[in-house]
Design a protein around this ligand. Structure first.
Ligand code: SF4
Length: 213
């Protein structure tokens, strides 16, 4: 079994409730969406074929047992579920970041899913696979990337309708360089909801254009 891999690296988690923790990153190639704010366009095409055993073995060379499988959209590849299983079998806490357009239902229950809900500002909100919200489990997280105030208002509407904050951590991620952290913080505070401001730490640490960090 093999996957088409854009890049692998060892760095700090930039997002999610695990932000700031060291982790082994596997960025898979290919994406079925084209978000207006996409910062990983280099993952759309190309990539190198790597076996699952090779990837798990590389992960073992690092001094932590935390792994993030991301993209692109990792669930496009048929062998991604097996990769997640084998990482978990190898003792990793496994996070999967998915764009929310494909079903998460049949993944190994040990996998912690970070599920995007695409806001209107992404241009991709028609691709949200809504049944995923039924299958959220403890350990999962939902992320809204916010391009503007209307996106935030849309997110709040969905969060309330679906009672998301009572089920999983809900991340509000302002688009870097477009919505200031201060504005996003003010909106969260005014909402009165238990939302988590999700800044992309890696961009503040290493700069917005640096890959592989
Ligand atoms: S889902 Fe992610 S990788 Fe795909 S276009 Fe959107 S931001 Fe880029």
């Amino acid at each position: 079994m093999s996957l088409t891999v854009c890049e692998t690296f060892y760095s700090l988690m930039g997002e999610s409730t695990a932000a700031g923790l060291a982790a082994f990153f596997i960025r898979l190639a290919g994406c079925n969406l084209r978000c207006r704010y996409c910062d990983t366009t280099y993952a759309y095409e190309g990539g190198m074929g790597r076996s699952i055993a090779d990837l798990v073995g590389q992960g073992r060379t690092f001094p932590v047992r935390l792994a993030l499988v991301t993209g692109g959209e990792p669930l496009l590849q048929a062998d991604t579920p097996a990769l997640l299983v084998q990482l978990a079998d190898a003792g990793f806490t496994v996070f999967l970041e998915t764009n929310g357009s494909l079903p998460i239902r049949d993944l190994d229950p040990r996998v912690r899913r970070i599920v995007d809900l695409k806001c209107p500002g992404s241009g991709m909100s028609a691709h949200n696979y809504w049944p995923n919200l039924k299958w959220l489990a403890p350990g999962d997280e939902v992320k809204f990337v916010i391009s503007d105030r209307p996106d935030f208002d849309w997110a709040v509407k969905i969060i309330k309708e679906r009672d998301l904050t009572s089920r999983v951590p809900v991340l509000i991620s302002p688009v870097f360089g477009v919505v200031t952290p201060r504005d996003a913080a003010a909106w969260i505070l005014a909402s009165g909801l238990p939302l988590r401001l999700n800044l992309q730490l890696h961009k503040y640490i290493w700069g917005p254009e640096v890959r592989g960090v």
